[in-house]
Structure formats: structure tokens, C-alpha cells
Design a protein around this ligand. Structure first.
Ligand code: MG
Length: 190
């Protein structure tokens, strides 16, 4: 088991869940849990269903159980969502394992949800955790964010269809290995 800490960072809108928060304008909070079972569905005030993408529930559950087992991992969020309060509410209401919400996995302290370059979000996460960028991985569905954060040396993983098990393991393995030359995604222009 590695001794140095690694940080697993997720974008939220269109990476962990759909719809994106701005697409709920006219509805939005408060959200209701259709069930409280893992990988549950939420509904907003206009009845729109919000769901987790890909293998997000299983991947977050894996982070949780690996941390519970003593692995030196932390989870963070780097989001530019238009509705940070709604996003936090969804983190509290989306369940990833029996009795475990997304917020239970990430913790309020490492949720960076605001506008601006995501390099700022990562600078904040670096300050708070002391973990070097080479031991971080980042999942995002937006190629501009991927390019931006790649320049820091974070292992960036492009997730056009949400976080899948395969991409998740690639990212986490790269972060725990800590190499400085690896990135799962290149856009071909460099
Ligand atoms: Mg996104």
C-alpha cells in the first residue's frame, strides 16, 4: 500500500451527473430522493429527474471503501457549476453505497465550486491538502478544463460519457504512482 497521499478530483455537471445545474433553472432545489438506495435518482421542484452518469456511484463507493481500509486517498471536487448550493444539495442526496452519500466521500472542505479557471480550484486543493499535483488525478467532460489543469501536471482524464470504471482506475493508478509525464487525455494539438 502506498504511503504518500493521493487526491482524486471530480468535476460534477455532465461528468458525475446529468442534467447540468443550469439546465434546471425554473426548477431546481429542493431536490427529492426517489429512493435512498445507492445510485439513486433525484427529482427537482419541476419533476426533472437527475441521475448519476456511467459508473460514478461504484467509483465513489470504491474511493470510500479504499479510504475506510486505510489507503492514503482523498477525494475532492473542482466544479464551475452555475448553482453551487444546488450542487452541494445533490452531493448530500446522491447515494453511492448503503447509507453513504457523495458528500460523505468528499467532505465539504474539499468541495471547490465556483467560477474561474480550474487551476484556481486546484491551487486551493493543493494548499488545503499539501498533496503535489503529480499525485492528483482529475475527471472532467470539458476539454478546455482538461487542457487548463494538465498544465499543472495533474493527471487529467477526459470523461465525455461520465466517469467509467476503466477511466477511473487509469486516473487513480496514475495519481497513486505519482509520475510526472502521464496524462490520459491529449487533444492531439500538442
Ligand atoms: Mg462538466
Amino acid at each position: 500500500m502506498p504511503t504518500q497521499k493521493s487526491l482524486i478530483v471530480f468535476d460534477l455537471d455532465a461528468c458525475c451527473w446529468m442534467p447540468e445545474m443550469y439546465q434546471l433553472w425554473g426548477g431546481g432545489a429542493p431536490f427529492k430522493q426517489v429512493t435512498a438506495a445507492p445510485n439513486n435518482v433525484l427529482t427537482d421542484t419541476s419533476g426533472t429527474r437527475c441521475r448519476l452518469l456511467g459508473d460514478v456511484a461504484a467509483c465513489w463507493a470504491a474511493c470510500h471503501s479504499r479510504m475506510q481500509a486505510g489507503e492514503p486517498l482523498l477525494v475532492g471536487v473542482a466544479s464551475r457549476s452555475d448553482e453551487p448550493a444546488w450542487a452541494r444539495e445533490c452531493l448530500n442526496k446522491f447515494m453511492v453505497a448503503e447509507g453513504v452519500s457523495m458528500m460523505d466521500v468528499v467532505g465539504e472542505e474539499l468541495c471547490e465550486i465556483y467560477k474561474g479557471s480550474k487551476r484556481q480550484h486546484f491551487a486551493a486543493l493543493q494548499q488545503k491538502t499539501g498533496i503535489p499535483y503529480s499525485r492528483m488525478c482529475f475527471f472532467d467532460d470539458d476539454t478546455a478544463n482538461i487542457r487548463d489543469v494538465s498544465t499543472l501536471g495533474v493527471h487529467c482524464v477526459y470523461t465525455p460519457s461520465g466517469v467509467t470504471r476503466k477511466l477511473f482506475l487509469q486516473g487513480v493508478d496514475a495519481a497513486t504512482a505519482g509520475g510526472d509525464t502521464w496524462a490520459a487525455f491529449r487533444d492531439g494539438s500538442d
